[in-house]
Design a protein around this ligand. Structure first.
Ligand code: 5SP
Length: 215
C-alpha cells in the first residue's frame, strides 16, 4: 500500500476538523501531497470522520487518476489537485465550513487585519475569493486567484480553504482563521474594529515567522 505514514497522518488531520469544531457531519476535507512521490492522499467523500482509516484514504496522482482506495475521493479532489499543480511549495490543503469564518464568506466579506494574531499568522486581511461550483477544479482556481501570499482564503457563499507546506501547517491555518473570525465578529457587534497599518502587519508577521517560538 502506498503512502502508509501519510495515510495515518491524514486520518488524524481529518479527524481534527470536527475535534476543533471546524466542520459537522461529513463536511470539509484534508489532503496531503507526498513530497517524494508527488502523489496525493485525500479523504473519501461523504464518510463520517470516526469511520476514516488509513486503509480507506484515497491516493491519486496529480491528474486525478485514482491509484488506491475503493471509495470515491472527496468532491473537492480536482480543486486540491489544481492547487498542488500550481503551487510546488504546498503539501497540505484543508477545507472547512467553520462557523464564524463562513459567516464572513456568506457575505463575501474578507476578514480585516484588526488583530495582532491576524498579522502574525496571515500577514494581512484574509481575502474572500469568488463563488465557484463544487465538483470541478473551479474552486481550486478561485482559491489561488484570491489567496496571494497568505495561507487562508474564504470562498464566497461556501467556506474556508487553507494551504500549507504540510498538512499540519494547513490545519493550523484553518484553526487560526476560525479563531480570529470569531473575535472579529464579536468586535463588529460593538463597533468598527481598528485596522493595523501595513507597516506594523509586516513587522508582526516577520517576528512571528522568524523569532516567535523555539529557534
Ligand atoms: O463543501 C464541500 C464541497 O466543497 C465539502 O466540504 C463537502 O461538505 C464534503 O465533501 P467530501 O469531501 O466529503 O466529498
Amino acid at each position: 500500500m502506498l503512502l502508509k505514514e501519510i495515510r495515518e497522518e491524514l486520518v488524524e488531520l481529518n479527524q481534527a476538523l470536527p475535534a476543533n469544531r471546524l466542520v459537522v457531519w461529513t463536511g470539509g476535507n484534508v489532503s496531503i501531497r507526498d513530497p517524494k512521490s508527488g502523489l496525493v492522499a485525500i479523504k473519501p467523500s461523504g464518510i463520517m470522520f470516526p469511520d476514516l482509516t488509513p486503509e480507506n484514504m484515497v491516493v491519486v496522482d496529480l491528474d486525478g487518476k485514482q491509484l488506491e482506495g475503493d471509495l470515491a475521493p472527496s468532491s473537492d479532489t480536482a480543486s486540491h489537485l489544481y492547487i498542488y499543480r500550481h503551487r510546488e511549495d504546498i503539501n497540505g490543503v484543508v477545507h472547512t465550513h467553520s462557523d464564524y469564518a463562513t459567516a464572513f464568506a456568506a457575505l463575501g466579506m474578507p476578514i480585516p487585519a484588526v488583530l495582532t494574531a491576524i498579522g502574525d499568522e496571515f500577514g494581512g486581511p484574509i481575502p474572500c475569493g469568488d463563488f465557484a461550483l463544487i465538483g470541478s477544479e473551479a474552486i481550486g482556481k478561485a482559491v489561488l486567484d484570491a489567496i496571494g501570499n497568505t495561507t487562508a482564503v474564504l470562498l464566497k457563499n461556501h467556506g474556508v480553504f487553507t494551504i500549507g507546506k504540510s498538512g499540519r501547517a494547513a490545519l493550523k491555518s484553518a484553526v487560526m482563521v476560525e479563531d480570529v473570525a470569531k473575535t472579529v465578529w464579536l468586535a463588529k457587534q460593538l463597533g468598527e474594529p481598528c485596522e493595523i497599518s501595513q507597516e506594523d502587519l509586516k513587522k508582526l508577521n516577520e517576528r512571528y515567522m522568524n523569532v516567535y517560538g523555539q529557534h
